[in-house]
Design a protein around this ligand. Structure first.
Ligand SMILES: Nc1nc2c(c(=O)[nH]1)N[C@H]1C(S)=C(S)[C@@H](COP(=O)(O)O)O[C@H]1N2
Ligand SMILES: [Mo]
Length: 383
């Protein structure tokens, strides 16, 4: 087998004029993914040196929806961009030592960029599809690699800036930045290729956005987990999967409130006898889907008052679920004190479905879905 060389790729479509235009949009997508990803990561941290805001209630729904939508749109953009540049892999090595070293450094930085970008999009998509074919922690790996990708991207843009500016400033059919070998017309014109690229990114957006945007549900073939589930809200983990069916439906169920020596145990009937509050708040999953519901239950603040929990303290919420990463979560002080934060007992006027966290679950504004603990058995104010 012969290794191809640059002259094996004569299509005029593989031009910096196309690469720069697609790259611009890819850069936008990566920037949005990076910023919204930092927000999501911070929101899930147990430690909040700077409080994460509880308002607007839909904030996390929007940032995480954007994160997954722009990440999905980036897939066709990245594929087209790689297609336009990969013949450059087969350039002849430079003869001059200095230029050879520069070339090796550039190829190295691009290898890091491509590898980290592919890793981010692949793990992100798999996570959105709830498919975990790996052993590492998704959140730490996706977060660490985000810094690698964004660092490599900044270097790449800085190195290519003269070409990017030149190519974007000229007509798309301009040949200034073309490889000499790329002189044959492609099956499409460059404008046609760009149009097809925007179209596929648009389809990717529509196909996922239905997970967050209700009126898009009908067209969203990838947004499958929207609108199904009791009361129109998808189920992330069922009671059976969490192994809580017996404990959650037991007549012996008591919610335990703990603050040092002070302990209060409440049955579901006791909770229902307390003043009830109703709030319309979304469940916004890190996987990108979200759905709004009208929840009723007891304000968490009222429960903490029963054991003299001081205001502003982070509290621990523990599920009846015995194992898994979301069995205990930290409810930060500003969330615990917020009037909209409920231990929900009902959804849409009906008793909470077992799969939505019966007998009681946390629902708080502007909070990642993973922290909206279901089947709550214990709320503790650390001393
Ligand atoms: N105990 C417990 N609570 C949990 C989970 C879980 O696995 N166990 N999943 C969380 C996740 S990831 C999400 S998105 C929401 C989904 O709530 P829902 O299933 O009622 O829609 O519940 C959260 N609460
Ligand atoms: Mo989630």
């Amino acid at each position: 087998m012969r290794i191809p060389d640059e002259s094996d790729f004569p299509s005029r479509l593989r031009s910096a004029a196309v690469t720069a235009r697609v790259g611009l949009w890819l850069g936008f997508c990566f920037a949005i993914c990076f910023v919204t990803g930092l927000i999501s990561h911070y929101a899930q941290n147990a430690d909040h040196p700077v409080p994460f805001p509880t308002s607007p209630a839909w904030g996390y729904r929007v940032t995480q929806g954007l994160h997954v939508i722009t990440g999905t749109a980036a897939v066709p953009l990245l594929l087209v961009k790689l297609w336009t540049v990969y013949p450059r892999l087969f350039r002849r090595p430079e003869r001059d030592v200095r230029r050879l070293l520069l070339d090796v450094a550039e190829r190295g930085s691009i290898a890091v960029l491509v590898a980290s970008a592919v890793f981010q999009l692949a793990t992100g998509l798999a996570n959105a599809a709830q498919w975990y074919p790996w052993a590492f922690s998704f959140r730490s790996a996706h977060y660490a690699t985000a810094w690698v990708a964004i660092g490599a991207l900044v270097v790449h843009v800085a190195v290519k800036l003269p070409i990017i500016r030149g190519a974007l400033g000229a007509d798309v059919d301009d040949t200034t930045y073309d490889r000499p070998a790329a002189d044959r017309p492609g099956v499409l014109g460059r404008r046609g290729l760009l149009r097809a690229t925007w179209l596929s990114a648009g389809v990717a957006v529509l196909a996922t956005a239905g997970s967050t945007v209700p009126w898009l549900r009908q067209v969203s073939v990838l947004g499958v987990r929207s609108g199904d589930g009791p009361a129109g809200i998808p189920i992330n983990k069922s009671a059976v999967a969490a192994g809580v069916t017996a404990s959650a439906t037991s007549a012996d169920y008591r919610l335990l409130l703990v603050h040092g020596d002070r302990q209060v145990a409440l049955s579901r009937a006791d909770l229902l006898a307390m003043p009830q509050s109703t709030q319309t708040l979304p469940i916004a999953c890190v996987e990108g889907w979200s759905a709004s519901g009208t929840w009723s239950g007891v304000r968490v603040r009222d429960l903490l008052d029963l054991v003299d929990g001081p205001r502003g303290t982070d509290v621990l919420v523990t599920s009846l679920q015995q194992s898994g990463p979301y069995t205990t979560t930290v409810l930060h002080g500003n969330f615990a004190d917020d009037d909209r934060t409920l231990l929900a007992l009902a959804l849409e006027g009906e008793p909470l479905a077992l799969d939505h966290g019966f007998p009681a679950r946390v629902i708080a504004p502007d909070r990642p879905g993973v922290l909206q603990t279901k089947w709550v058995g214990r709320i503790e104010v650390p001393t």
